[in-house]
Design a protein around this ligand. Structure first.
Ligand code: CDP
Length: 246
């Protein structure tokens, strides 16, 4: 993946470094139920990102003193494999991974009926196998599918996507180069059916007008990914149905 850094991020025909138009998502492939030993699991490829999510629970809390009397304890670990980035990453949790674990947990928490499972724990593991920008968003998208696959009741799926600014243009779903060389990055997570935002971050600078343009584009991207999430969930049950019928 040794990338030469490009001089320009948008060419004269408004194409980005990977050939996309400003409002285009990277190609996305999603599969639900990929691990047999987790209660729920899902896998996503979004451009060059490859991310696996596994969910355990609701289950007994260990250590017990962490259990909550009125709701389930939601725990989340975002972890990058040492081989997921160009420069080997130490397998020990970095400050960035600790922060992203918290941010992702907070983005997923509003969707889950935690109050139905007091004194239990729900654990979410997100493994970044290959990273190319926007892993927190793709991590949220795939973790919410793993939660649904575990049969955990949810108000809606959570789906995330970033928009940002590169070479003065507002673009959707930034890749690693655009994230690093661009002017701004705005990751957004939503529960589309409830019209609710559960994550909003911003790195860089945007005018108010650009911010509005970027957030609307990010939400539009989320809605497109939401359709793919639902298709992936249905595909799992169709496959089971076909198996049973055979
Ligand atoms: O992945 P996301 O955009 O949510 O988070 P980030 O902190 O903005 O990181 C952007 C990108 O930097 C990641 O997706 C990776 O491709 C890359 N990265 C890296 O190369 N080495 C690291 N130790 C961490 C991130």
């Amino acid at each position: 993946m040794n990338q030469e850094l490009p001089e320009r991020l948008i060419d004269e025909s408004m194409r980005r470094v990977d050939g996309r138009k400003p409002d285009e998502l990277r190609p996305i492939k999603i599969e639900v139920g990929v691990l047999s030993n987790a209660d729920g699991s899902a896998y996503i490829e979004q451009g060059r990102n490859k991310i696996l999510a596994a969910v355990y629970g609701p289950k007994e809390v260990h250590p017990r003193h962490l259990s909550l009397p009125d709701r389930a304890l939601l725990r989340c670990r975002y972890h990058m494999a040492p081989f997921s980035v160009e420069e080997r990453k130490s397998p020990a949790p970095s400050r960035r991974e600790i922060e992203l674990s918290k941010v992702i947990r907070e983005a997923l928490e509003p969707a889950i009926f935690l109050e139905r499972y007091p004194r239990t724990a729900i654990d979410i593991f997100i493994e970044i196998l290959q990273a190319d920008g926007g892993t927190r968003c793709a991590g949220i998208t795939v973790a919410s599918l793993a939660l649904a696959d575990a049969g955990i009741p949810m108000r809606d799926l959570v789906v995330a996507c970033a928009a940002g600014k590169v070479d003065g243009t507002i673009v959707l779903d930034l890749n690693d180069v655009e994230d690093k060389l661009g002017e701004a990055d705005l990751p957004v997570a939503v529960m589309p059916s409830l019209n609710a935002v559960t994550l909003l971050q911003m790195d860089g600078l945007l005018t108010l007008e650009e911010f509005e343009q970027a957030i609307n584009l990010a939400i539009d991207g989320c809605k497109r990914i939401y359709k793919l999430q639902k298709e992936a969930l249905k595909a799992k049950y169709l496959a089971i149905k076909e198996e049973v019928e055979e």
